[in-house]
Design a protein around this ligand. Structure first.
Ligand code: COA
Length: 478
């Protein structure tokens, strides 16, 4: 049979394809921009026909219908990366969450979670009968080798990508043709705080470094600050739109890489059409499965690897929390530790964890004396190298416990520094800084409060005066 005949013989509707799913099945699906929406919509519509089916996936861009209480007993979600649409369900127990480093996820899904069915999204076949997994190769690509049933939505909007991202039509059980635009992850405007963080991160990046960048405001802000650099490389689990100008201008040219020289290496891409158009049919960008891209041993093969990731909380020991807020699962470890370790093992490599100094509109400090009860440590203190906020850079490797804490207090928001200094004294039994340094590190917030006094009414003046006196008294006592 020609490949065209094979392909035609496997073409079915979404409704027909989902009949392959049986009660009690585990079904692994594509995620992010590679979710096979048409097939999942059919499954959602016919949920009453199923009992005890488990959907295994990662970061969902759209909605997570499996979290709806009406799905109980029929179809449930087991995600490896919580997102907006399923965070509440993971927290209240309606959905399951499985934790794993991203580079291990293909192995964990294959050998420990053991799905029977895979549902993915691919490009239309090329003239040789090969379809491309587009911008989500990650854990989905490998499912073709071990799942008994592999169903693919064929969508002309899926970019054709290079690297290890193509499969022959004979490797699939069924195809469902349905074109629909991919979800668009548009960069939000970079805030002033993110811009400052971006500047500090850029100050740690040298010409010729090989970068890993996540997605979101901070990576985009870092990209915006790299205009003056040259000969950068890119080896990243995923990227957003921020890298496109750097790739187009040749600032990222990958020419100093030890492996995949001249090529950008990615596991996935989450951007807008700008990024998809750049990647489509572009031989300089390679997509590979995540057990390769995120393997710390592979990452370390490029010299001067710099990883840049974000977090939610750091304690004074330098322990990093990136995926939980207390008892709530916020996201997942993703490839954070993979890249922190890979960058550390790389000759000349560095890892950066960058975050705004505060959260919740400035009301809480992300730098804390102790991690919030219930939170899980994402990156252990022994792995941590640079922590960056809009107030500067703290380098923690080779530092004593006291030095770590002092470095971190210096990059906390000024309004939280007196409190952190007091907690430092409680822990170490001595003041962290000289009296002069203490004044220097807290003067900004004292001045701010004094400024408020000038403008506000009498009662408020008294309160603030009292506030200043308290703060100053406490600082004197340290
Ligand atoms: N306490 C309470 N709430 C906090 C908090 C804290 N310490 N830190 C953050 N929050 C809140 C924020 O205020 C925000 O809520 P809001 O939007 O209502 O204000 C929310 O939590 C998200 O915080 P934010 O910093 O805006 O998140 P982000 O979208 O920039 O993502 C991570 C940051 C850390 C969650 C994300 O990078 C992640 O999941 N990392 C782990 C995976 C990883 O690093 N993978 C490798 C690269 S892709």
């Amino acid at each position: 049979m020609t490949w065209q005949e094979i392909y035609q013989s496997k073409l079915v509707t979404a409704e027909e394809a989902i009949k392959q799913i049986k009660n009690g099945d585990k079904v692994v699906t594509g995620f992010g921009c590679g979710e096979p929406f048409e097939i999942l919509r059919a499954l959602e519509k016919h949920y009453l026909d199923y009992r005890d089916v488990e959907i295994i996936n990662m970061l969902t861009m759209g909605h997570s219908p499996w979290c709806d209480p009406k799905m109980r007993g029929h179809i449930r979600l087991n995600t490896l990366f919580a997102s907006q649409s399923n965070r509440a369900a993971v927290s209240n127990g309606d959905s399951e969450f499985t934790t794993s480093h991203f580079y291990e996820i293909p192995d964990v899904i294959e050998h420990y979670m053991c799905p029977r069915v895979s549902v993915v999204m691919v490009s239309p076949p090329d003239e040789h009968g090969y379809v491309s997994f587009g911008t989500t190769v990650d854990y989905t690509f490998g499912t073709v080798d071990y799942c008994e049933i592999v169903i693919a939505q064929v969508n002309k909007h899926v970019p054709r990508t290079f690297g290890n991202s193509i499969r022959h039509v004979r490797e699939f059980t069924y195809f469902v043709e349905h074109d629909e635009p991919l979800p668009q992850v548009k960069g939000t405007e970079i805030s002033a705080v993110e811009m400052e963080i971006g500047k500090y991160c850029a100050s740690l990046i040298n010409d010729g470094d090989c970068l890993q960048l996540g997605i979101g405001g901070i990576p985009n802000a870092v990209c915006a600050q790299l205009g003056g650099k040259k000969d950068l490389g890119l080896h990243s689990e995923l990227v957003g739109d921020g890298v496109v100008p750097l790739l187009e201008s040749g600032i990222i040219n990958n020419k100093r890489k030890n492996i995949h020289r001249g090529r950008t290496v990615l596991g996935a891409a989450f951007g807008s059409q700008i990024l998809n158009d750049y990647i489509n049919n572009n031989p300089s960008v390679e997509l590979h499965p995540i057990d390769y891209v995120n393997n710390p041993v592979v990452i370390a093969q490029n010299d001067n690897m710099v990883s840049i990731n974000s977090c939610l909380q750091v304690d004074l020991l330098g322990q990093v929390v990136s995926d939980t807020i207390g008892l709530s699962q916020f996201s997942a470890v993703g490839g954070q530790v993979d890249f922190v370790r890979g960058a550390t093992m790389s000759k000349g490599g560095r890892s950066i964890i960058a975050m705004p100094a505060t959260a919740k509109r400035g009301t809480v400090s992300r730098i804390v004396p102790v991690i919030t009860e219930g939170s899980a440590i994402t990156t252990p203190r022994n792995d941590v190298n640079y922590i960056v906020t809009e107030y500067g850079v703290a380098q923690l490797k080779g530092r004593t416990l006291k030095e770590r804490a002092k470095e971190l207090i210096k990059i906390a928001h000024p309004k939280f520094r007196p409190y952190l200094m007091i907690e430092y004294k409680k822990r170490f039994g001595e003041a962290p800084f000289t009296a002069e340094e203490q004044r220097e590190f807290t003067s900004e917030i004292i001045d701010e409060l004094k400024e408020k006094i000038k403008n506000d009414h009498k009662k408020l003046k008294e309160d603030i005066r009292e506030n200043i006196d308290n703060l100053e008294n406490k600082i004197k006592k340290i």
